[in-house]
Design a binder for this molecule. Structure first.
Ligand SMILES: Nc1ncnc2c1ncn2[C@@H]1O[C@H](COP(=O)(O)OP(=O)(O)OP(=O)(O)O)[C@@H](O)[C@H]1O
Ligand SMILES: [Mg+2]
Length: 1101
């Protein structure tokens, strides 16, 4: 039915009612659906593009976006017409019909549908539409899913067969050269490709495919209308097993044009095989067949006006034929026999008759041609010559041998040639059938039949053959009407839709006119053939006119109007076929119908040593006196058989149209096409289709396609598809008469309704495409993201692994280090060993570092950081060095004054340490050179300025002192000044001036001090200083200081004597003892006169 919506090719229309919808929420699943749909659309667009590619390459190379593609498609539809005629608005106009065909043809689109009938226009050039890729486009596709194509028909048939177990037939019709045989081959090739994946199909497929070149070699010829015209009708069954794999084939052949064997129209040729054999056979074969390689040498092939390259083409074809024979498993012997037959026909054609004295035909006994025939066919040459020149007739028990005249003999010869070739052809078909027969009987097998049979023929002069052929076409048309209407009616019934009667022309009347028992043309012809007496073609015509004149579809010359009479001959009759009027010339009707072969010839042939010839002729009942069935009756019977076969199957139709008479591409002869459109009954076909509903589609498919047009159904309709479609129909505001809701399908009456819906959909698709784009981009980005994430995880994993490994290594090393450290630590105090060497090294370093920060900074700080055992020595050394360093530093930082102090202190130490008890208390206090009060200093300065102070003498020490008298020990206040030369004892008691008492040269003095902590100094006056009377007893508060400073100058420490006696005697200058000084210790240090009269010195303990 009209399942095809022209997705790509409709004109763009306004789709306002759906344009307002908001973009719906889409799930990923929906997006997938839409993507699928879009992909289908794109495919369709692409294929339309491909079809047009040869024409507008620039335009097609232009990059188009998805949206652009759709717009492109909309424009495209204008140019390429509709892909289903059912959608043609003006379906009654033949001009519109032809215009649509022409538009498409000009775009190299050769296929168009009328529902499920495929119209194919012969392009006369190779189009890129049968590639593997294109083939795959049709796998499991409904009609509307891809552009019209012979593959769609094949796939549909195949699917119905395999999935629904309905046997199929594909009926291909059209006039000679319109492409029937090519179409049938495409169907075969498609099925071969479609079943490629199945087991064990290789050889079967090869045989099916290779049957073609073989049949074409023997059954095809070059004619004016077609260089490879099939001169026989062919019906081929392809048998499939339960899983859909081809397992065999069977061919029925109809009415080989055997007259071609003996004569051809000028410019036409005999069957291909003759030329192929002559051009392609090697010398050896030619010699064996006694053939020359020139076709002109043979009467039956003389008329070959062939182009220069024809011979090489024939030769190439011959090798293809030989290959095909191999595939078909025709062995060398059989091949030889076949070629012997072909050669015999050629030789037979050259057989020469001479007229003998009695006026009869005779063949000379040395005639090489008949000799060759006899030799090749292994028949008796004499008998053959006899059979060709005489005829045995049995009349009332008597057998009479009648010689033939030359004309009769030639007739007999040609009859033999025709019969031999014809029978051989039938034998070949049966041989093919034997080879293609399924290996095992399969109860579940089913078939697809392909009928490639001559279409209506209307020539200026039409003969017996045209009569047969057109009769065949009437029968097929009848079948078509029955099946189509039946199908249509059945579908309406199934769908619960009221049947609306369709007006159409039923050609059953014409069929009856031809084949009705007793009254039909065939019956009349047979009667005339079998009638005793001198029946001839004209008497037959007479009978026809007698019986049929007045029939609506029969026109005799006599009854015709004057206009027709002018064109029609007296030996002609006219039939008004469903496709138009055809005038037949009755000449040779009887002869061809009788199809007589003299019995003598038959029996000679039956005795042939060539098994094929023998089997072909043996079957004939030679002994039977009953006449064999006439040609037309045989044909009628086989046709009825065929109709029976076809009626049991579901038909698909391919109607082939020839665009011009020149076998030229890109020429569209509208007149010629119009003629064919008429006699193929296409307008009628379309009218019947359109009588009901132009378009129907299952609810599911309709909903799936148009669901985006309603919010209720988009993105998914939950519920029965029928309800969804109902919703859509409401939204789209279909009028009541525009559509019907069937049980499983929606029926739409007018194409316009569908176009509007489709256009709305096309516009809506833009929105959907945007959604798809966004989803797709999102999806794509997410995919990228996930990929990157995954990659990042992998990288992380490896990095972590690497880091973990490194950490482990480090830990391992660290553990080793720690272990070594601990061992080192344990043995740190022992001698250096390899085990603790490192530890010790580190310990040393650390100690040194630590040490560097903790070095004592004060010279008096004796502390020193601890050290590892191994560093004791170094530590000590360092300590020493450090101390030396500190000391040096200290020293270097000293002022000369301080230095002097130290020198004095050191001197003091030398002189008094451990010798005098007051020494320790002298240490902390700084030695001072001047102990005078400021008042006294003035006095001193005055003194020093006086003449009593010798010039140049340097003061080194000043202090106050107490002098005790040598007698009575009365204390007297004195000041002591020490110069570099002498000690000055001055009286300071009046506090106005110093009065010099003593000047004692230093080098002459001796001093005695106690070992106690007292301040007593006993200055021993030598005898030369008589003036001074005796030893001076003086108390000096800073005794140690004073003595040290003075000694520092004098450099004579030996002058100081420290005594540890309890008593010290002091002398007078004269050497006499002056008194005694007692030394004792006590809490209160004093120096005073004791009761004893001695001077008592009390020192602190
Ligand atoms: N689909 C096609 N693509 C290309 N060329 C084609 C196609 N169909 C037919 N032809 C060309 O047209 C020629 C005639 O086609 P074909 O032999 O199929 O015609 P036919 O209808 O079988 O004629 P006949 O009735 O004489 O046998 C082919 O040899 C081929 O050159
Ligand atoms: Mg053909």
């Amino acid at each position: 039915m009209s399942d095809s919506v022209n997705v790509v090719e409709q004109p763009a229309q306004d789709g306002a009612q759906v344009g307002e919808q908001e973009p719906p929420q889409v799930t990923v699943q929906v997006v997938e659906q839409v993507v699928q749909e879009l992909r289908d659309v794109v495919q369709v667009v692409e294929s339309a593009d491909a079809e047009a590619a040869t024409l507008k390459p620039k335009e097609l190379l232009r990059p188009v976006s998805v949206q652009g593609m759709m717009e492109h498609a909309l424009q495209h539809r204008e140019r390429v017409g509709v892909q289903d005629f059912v959608l043609l608005e003006d379906f009654r106009s033949e001009a519109a019909f032809i215009d649509n065909l022409k538009k498409r043809f000009n775009e190299n689109i050769i296929y168009t549908y009328i529902g499920n009938v495929l119209i194919s226009v012969n392009p006369y050039k190779n189009l890129p539409i049968y590639t593997e890729e294109k083939t795959k486009l049709y796998y499991k596709k409904a009609f509307f899913e891809a552009p019209p194509h012979v593959f769609a028909i094949a796939d549909n048939a195949y699917r119905s067969l395999v999935y629904e177990h309905r046997e199929q037939c594909i009926l291909i019709s059209g006039e000679s050269g319109s492409g029937k045989t090519e179409a049938s081959k495409k169907v075969l090739e498609y099925i071969a490709a479609r079943t490629n994946h199945l087991r064990n199909v290789e050889t079967v497929k090869d045989k099916l495919l290779q049957s073609n070149p073989l049949l074409e070699a023997f059954g095809n010829a070059k004619t004016h209308r077609n260089d490879n015209s099939s001169r026989f009708g062919k019906y081929m069954d392809i048998q499939f097993n339960y899983e859909g794999a081809p397992e065999g084939g069977h061919i029925l052949n109809y009415l080989l044009e055997k007259s071609r064997v003996v004569s051809q129209m000028s410019g036409e040729r005999n069957f291909h095989i003759f030329y192929q054999l002559l051009a392609g056979a090697d010398q050896e074969l030619l010699k064996r067949l006694n053939l020359q390689s020139r076709p002109e040498a043979y009467k039956y092939t003389t008329d070959a006006a062939s182009p220069a390259n024809q011979r090489s083409h024939d030769a190439a074809q011959f090798h293809i034929v030989q290959e095909a024979m191999k595939v078909i498993e025709i062995g060398a012997t059989e091949q030889n026999e076949m070629f012997e037959i072909v050669a015999s026909v050629l030789h037979l054609g050259n057989a020469k008759f001479v007229q003998n004295d009695k006026g009869f035909a005779e063949i000379l006994s040395h005639d090489a041609n008949t000799g060759n025939v006899a030799e090749l066919l292994k028949v008796n040459a004499v008998k053959l010559r006899e059979a060709l020149t005489s005829r045995t007739i049995s009349a009332r028990g008597d057998v009479v041998n009648t010689p033939l005249d030359i004309e009769q003999a030639q007739y007999a010869r040609d009859a033999l040639a025709k019969a031999m070739y014809d029978k051989h052809f039938s034998w070949l078909v049966s041989r093919l059938n034997a080879s293609m027969a399924p290996k095992e009987k399969d109860a579940f097998s089913s078939v697809i039949g392909i009928l490639d049979i001559y279409g209506f023929e209307i020539f200026p002069k039409n003969c017996f053959e045209q009569f047969c052929i057109n009769f065949c076409n009437e029968k097929l048309q009848q079948l078509f009407i029955q099946l189509t209407l039946k199908q249509e009616q059945e579908e309406y019934l199934r769908e619960g839709i009221e049947w609306e009667p369709v007006e159409y022309f039923n050609n059953i009347v014409i069929c009856d006119l031809i084949e009705a028992r007793h009254t039909g043309i065939i019956a009349i012809l047979d009667d005339e053939c079998l009638r005793p007496g001198d029946a001839n073609d004209l008497s037959f015509l007479e009978k026809l006119t007698q019986k049929l004149d007045g029939h609506k579809h029969y026109k005799s010359h006599r009854r015709s109007d004057i206009k027709t009479q002018k064109i029609m001959g007296r030996d002609e009759f006219c039939l008004v076929h469903y496709a138009g009027e055809v005038t037949y010339n009755v000449n040779t009707f009887l002869e061809k119908n009788n199809d007589l072969l003299f019995r003598d010839i038959q029996s000679v042939m039956a005795a042939s040593g060539n098994t094929i010839v023998a089997s072909c002729f043996k079957d004939l009942n030679l002994t039977s006196k009953k006449r064999p069935e006439t040609a037309i009756t045989q044909f009628k019977n086989s046709l009825n058989e065929l109709i029976k076969i076809l009626s049991s199957k579901e038909p698909s139709y391919i109607r082939c149209i020839k665009p011009n008479d020149n076998k030229a591409p890109m020429q569209f002869d509208e007149k010629l096409v119009s003629h064919q459109v008429k006699y193929l009954g296409l307008m009628e076909n379309l009218r019947v289709r359109r009588a009901g509903f132009a378009y129907r589609r299952t609810y599911e498919a309709f909903l799936e396609r148009y669901k985006c047009l309603s919010r209720d159904t988009w993105p998914n309709f939950r519920g029965p598809a029928r309800d969804g479609v109902q919703k859509l129909v409401e939204v789209l505001a279909y009028e009541r008469e525009e559509y019907r809701m069937g049980n499983t399908k929606i029926f739409i009456r007018f194409p316009k309704t569908l176009f509007e819906t489709e256009d709305a959909y096309q516009i809506k698709k833009n929105d959907i495409a945007t959604i798809i784009q966004s989803r797709w981009r999102g999806y794509w980005q997410r995919k990228q993201y996930l990929k990157m994430k995954q990659a990042a995880i992998v990288i992380q994993k490896w990095v972590r692994r690497f880091l973990a490994q490194r950490l482990r290594e480090r830990r391992k090393k660290a553990a080793e280090v720690i272990r070594a450290f601990i061992k080192g630590f344990i043995t740190r105090n022992g001698p250096e060993t390899p085990e603790n060497r490192r530890f010790l090294g580190i310990a040393k370093v650390h100690w040194l570092k630590r040490l560097s920060t903790r070095l004592p900074t004060k010279v008096l700080d004796l502390s020193w950081p601890p050290c590892p055992a191994t560093c004791q020595e170094a530590s000590l050394e360092l300590h020493r060095l450090h101390r030396a360093h500190l000391a040096r530093k200290y020293r270097l930082a000293l002022t000369p004054k301080d230095k002097k102090q130290f020198e004095l202190k050191v001197l003091a130490e030398k002189m008094f340490k451990g010798k005098k008890n007051s020494y320790p208390s002298s240490i902390p206090e700084r030695f001072q050179e001047d102990r005078l009060t400021s008042e006294h200093q003035v006095l001193r300065n005055t003194f020093m300025a006086s003449p009593s102070w010798p010039t140049g003498e340097q003061l080194i020490y000043s202090c106050e002192a107490v002098k005790y008298d040598r007698r009575g020990y009365k204390p007297r206040e004195r000041a002591l000044l020490a110069s570099d030369k002498a000690l000055y004892v001055l009286d300071a008691s009046n506090r106005k001036t110093y009065k010099l008492k003593h000047r004692l040269p230093l080098d002459k003095l001796r001093v005695v001090v106690t070992n106690e902590s007292d301040t007593l100094v006993l200055i021993k006056i030598p005898q030369e200083l008589k003036k001074d009377k005796g030893d001076l007893i003086i108390s000096v508060s800073h005794l140690i200081e004073a003595l040290t400073i003075v000694t520092d100058y004098s450099k004579k420490p030996e002058l100081i004597e420290i005594v540890d006696t309890r008593t010290i005697a002091h002398n007078l200058v004269n050497g006499k003892q002056g008194g005694t000084i007692e030394v004792t210790t006590g809490q209160q240090p004093t120096i005073h006169r004791a009761k004893s009269g001695n001077l008592l010195v009390v020192a602190t303990p």
